[in-house]
Design a protein around this ligand. Structure first.
Ligand SMILES: Cc1ncc(COP(=O)(O)O)c(C=O)c1O
Length: 398
């Protein structure tokens, strides 16, 4: 018996693959600050749990494959509050944003096709593309200018006839970049010229700081070209609920995606009730408080990281990640070493090496991603341990 080349050629999640080192560090008695994974530490709003009670029935049935109509209506209202004109019929509720990514990739590309991606990118895009035998074609952004959308020439250079779509997240995981109108326009114009789809992953839409407001792809013309990918995981600190959305004005896409949605029968029912609770009964100031909290954390992390001599990065304006180029030869080796060989008073820190967030071989080799999902005090402590770690690691190598 043989396993498929498809699975053998796929990669483990770069965020999770160093976890055994963290487990060993903890077993040996060290405290590990986890800045490696985007699991927020804030409580899921009560409205989620109340929604489960309020809207559920005594049978856990399959919902419509596109999700409960009432939930799609509630999402439509939510999008309209963002000036995004989606009706309930334009939406399919998915099992997490992850399924929305898989469904849309599978709908626009066949094995051998290619999809352009702004790198560094959300690492699981690569896993999903591998699952579908679709190749990612990277367009590289740089820490030097805050990982802004690359210039048009870079898109031109990466493009070939096999490319069927472009995918990116905005605000970005892993960089925290929030794309401006002009940057998005560059993507939209390019896609139009090449006649390819645009898949815009907007799961961090609310998380923007310094007065910057997220601009949706749906605020541009040429809407049939766009697929919006969404999720409640981060927005409401509800990662385990597994509720996402695939939304588009393109009826042909919706009709075809329904084939996949029907094969997996139904998105999770109880979590759909919880999401109804979130969309209908959330406290009014929830996002204001959340955004303030994350902005303060961003500031704390930025302050501490600025003390690392030789680190290259700019203050990000969104999501809850910062990507940083460190003065180390290999960030993967450095992250491992922090877990196996370094601590300050029995404490160390785990971050994500950024190489797994790139499709270009060798890229991101000195970069890391920090998820600021700890409270301010712990975050400052963790970043200062990181700073000491960088210094000690380089001293050791001299
Ligand atoms: C940019 C981005 N898209 C999609 C997802 C997947 O979200 P979900 O938990 O809804 O599957 C994540 C999760 O980290 C993400 O960061």
């Amino acid at each position: 018996m043989q396993l498929s080349q498809r699975v053998l050629n796929s990669q483990f999640s770069p965020i999770r693959k160093l976890v055994p080192y963290a487990e060993a560090a903890k077993k040996s008695g060290k405290k590990v600050y986890h800045l490696n994974i985007g699991q927020p530490d804030v409580e899921t709003p009560k409205a989620f749990f109340e929604g489960i009670k309020k809207y559920s029935t005594n049978i856990v049935y399959y919902s419509h494959s596109a999700g409960l109509y009432e939930l799609r209506e509630a999402f439509s209202k939510y999008y309209k509050s963002w000036n995004i004109n989606f009706d309930a019929e334009d939406l399919i509720i998915t099992t997490g944003g992850s399924e929305a990514v898989i469904f849309s990739l599978a709908t626009v590309a066949v094995p051998g096709d290619e999809v352009m991606v702004i790198e560094p990118f959300y690492a699981n895009y690569k896993g999903f593309a591998e699952m579908l035998n679709v190749k990612l074609r990277p367009v590289k952004s740089s820490p030097k200018n805050g990982y802004a959308v690359p210039e048009r020439e870079a898109f031109e250079k990466a493009y070939n006839e096999k490319v069927k779509a472009i995918i990116f997240s905005n605000p970005s995981n892993p960089t925290g970049a929030v794309y401006t109108y002009d940057e998005l326009k560059r993507i939209v114009d390019f896609a139009k010229e090449k006649d390819i789809f645009v898949m815009s992953d907007e799961v961090y839409k609310e998380f923007t700081f310094d007065g910057k407001k997220h601009i949706s792809i749906m605020n541009f013309e040429d809407q049939e070209r766009f697929i919006l990918l969404d999720s409640i995981s981060k927005r409401y600190s509800a990662c385990g609920a597994r509720i996402g959305v695939l939304a588009t004005k393109n009826k042909k896409i919706l009709e075809q995606v329904m084939k996949f949605a029907q094969s997996r029968l139904s998105p999770p029912l109880m979590a759909q009730f919880g999401t109804l609770g979130l969309l209908k009964d959330l406290e009014e100031d929830y996002f204001e408080k959340m955004v303030l909290e994350y902005q303060q954390r961003r500031d704390a992390a930025f302050d501490e990281l600025s003390k690392i001599e030789g680190a290259v990065f700019q203050k990000p304006h969104g999501s809850f990640y910062i990507s940083v180029e460190l003065p180390v030869d290999s960030s993967e080796e450095f992250v491992k070493w922090m877990l196996t060989d370094f601590d300050i008073d029995g404490e160390t820190v785990m971050v994500s090496p950024l190489n797994g967030f790139y499709a270009t071989p060798g890229a991101g080799k000195s970069e890391i991603r920090i998820a600021y999902v700890l409270n301010n005090q712990e975050l400052r402590k963790a970043c200062s341990i990181l700073k000491e770690g960088v210094y000690a690691y380089n001293q050791k190598r001299k």
